[in-house]
Design a protein around this ligand. Structure first.
Ligand SMILES: Nc1ncnc2c1ncn2[C@@H]1O[C@H](COP(=O)(O)OP(=O)(O)OP(=O)(O)O)[C@@H](O)[C@H]1O
Length: 446
């Protein structure tokens, strides 16, 4: 079998679906062949094409590579740019992963909002990726290896060569007398992928000559299985979201067989964009969180993610910072205050809601809960402790310490987002001063 240029360009056109394409051009043979195909094969629906090279600056010859890429693109009449990046966190991530991280970040910054990125991984890369996942004990999603189209780092990425054998790419390059750059770091067998490629693969291929193709076929089977599992998880999620607040009902989750509980949890975590937990952590979520006694509020944490239970609700979220620094502010400055990276307190004048505007003349402060606060809410006959109110409002314990409280002197007069004290709440028809958290439902402002 040999590489069919028209089929590849047709595949790119259909995956790109009218969006302009930007080729990630390393200077290696694979992306050079793809660049050549894009430049020389016509397709009426193929929108604009350009190429970008990332210079990691890791080799003495890096500048020459970038120059080589620019020359090749220019001869093929393809718009070209190169980006210099600084590879960081090498000690923590290892050279290969650190370079990939810097590369994807730069590509993501470079891409226009409607552009798709095209990369040149082929059938052999796909087989290697599946094997490396297998050695790590991955399930169907990991064994799906690379998808023809996926979303990553905020970009759409398409991989039109996944079904093309490496040999076909080399034959094409030879036929068209292409000159490419071989990355010297590919020889370093301390890197698992290189070890597999240099030391193991030749033996496998000697014994099983079609192994590149057959392993890639397994990746496709796993992709199909992953899609089916996602559909099942979607159905289970609908069934377990009894309220409309997006949280799963623990009682409903417990009705599912264990393997579907695990499948649902993985799906929820993955679609929310968090790092998937290991099998052991997943098991702890089932044992310690889902099967905890009703009155417990357990949590399991990994990476920067946590799963918690409060009453019947299951929370999958970014780890909460339980030790928030105390803040004391008076409200004479601008009408907003950044409380943390993702939380801003804002305030506005509005009709019949919030606090009387006269509070602005006094000693108005904001701080978080310290324990022992009481408030008599508007329309209530007596004071209640904040603890009791948080329970009545079903505020999960770990959120209580993050809700801004408004004080006049030492007196608690408002719990942002929840309610105001009888003597300080704005009357109907009167202008009120309303603090709220950005992202909360905005009040009707006038
Ligand atoms: N420095 C880079 N600049 C732009 N794109 C890159 C760069 N390195 C890799 N890529 C893209 O990511 C894909 C996979 O990377 P990988 O490291 O397997 O490529 P390579 O073997 O160095 O190069 P090639 O796949 O072009 O032969 C490449 O096919 C290419 O599309």
């Amino acid at each position: 079998m040999s590489l069919n240029p028209q089929k590849i360009i047709t595949d790119i056109t259909s995956l790109a679906a009218g969006r302009p394409v930007c080729l990630a051009y390393s200077g290696g043979v694979d992306s050079h062949v793809l660049l050549h195909l894009l430049a020389t094969t016509q397709h009426p629906q193929l929108a604009q094409v350009r190429a970008v090279h990332i210079n990691h600056g890791l080799h003495k010859t890096a500048e020459q590579w970038a120059k080589h890429c620019a020359d090749v693109a220019s001869k093929l009449d393809i718009e070209f740019s190169h980006i210099d990046v600084t590879v960081q966190d090498i000690d923590e991530l290892g050279l290969e992963a650190a370079a990939r991280k810097a590369r994807y970040q730069a590509l993501s910054d470079e891409l226009l909002s409607d552009e798709v990125l095209v990369t040149a991984q082929h059938q052999h890369d796909q087989a290697e990726t599946l094997l490396l996942q297998l050695f790590r004990g991955a399930g169907p999603l990991g064994l799906s290896a690379m998808w023809p189209e996926s979303q990553s780092h905020g970009m759409s990425i398409i991989r039109p060569l996944l079904d093309v054998p490496k040999q076909d790419i080399l034959d094409y390059a030879e036929l068209h007398q292409l000159h490419w750059v071989d990355d010297p770091s590919n020889q370093n067998i301390d890197i698992n992928r290189n070890y597999l490629r240099q030391e193991i693969w030749p033996l496998l291929q000697q014994r099983w000559p079609t192994i590149e193709k057959t392993i890639s076929r397994s990746a496709k089977h796993c992709q199909e299985t992953s899609l089916l599992l996602a559909q099942l998880a979607e159905q289970d999620r609908e069934q377990c979201q009894l309220k409309h607040d997006g949280h799963l009902s623990i009682a409903a989750v417990k009705q599912l067989p264990l393997e579907r509980q695990r499948n649902l949890l993985r799906f929820m975590i993955e679609t929310a964009g968090y790092v998937l937990p290991s099998t052991a952590i997943l098991q702890r979520i089932i044992e310690d969180v889902i099967n905890a006694a009703d009155d417990k509020a357990p949590l399991v944490r990994w990476a920067d993610t946590e799963v918690r239970r409060y009453r019947d609700d299951l929370y999958v979220q970014t780890s909460t910072d339980s030790e928030l620094p105390p803040i004391e502010i008076n409200f004479t400055g601008p009408a907003e205050l950044e409380l943390s990276d993702d939380c801003t307190l804002k305030w506005q004048l509005t009709s019949g809601d919030g606090l009387k505007t006269s509070v602005l003349n006094g000693d108005l402060m904001m701080r978080y809960r310290q324990g022992g606060e009481k408030i008599r809410l508007r329309g209530h006959p007596q004071h209640k402790s904040l603890k009791q109110l948080f329970q009545e409002w079903s505020v999960p314990p770990w959120k209580r310490a993050t809700i801004p409280l408004i004080f006049v002197g030492a007196e608690l007069v408002g719990v942002v987002g929840y309610g105001y004290a009888e003597h300080y709440a704005a009357d109907t028809g009167e202008k009120g001063w309303l603090p709220y958290l950005a992202g909360d439902l905005q009040p009707d402002l006038d």
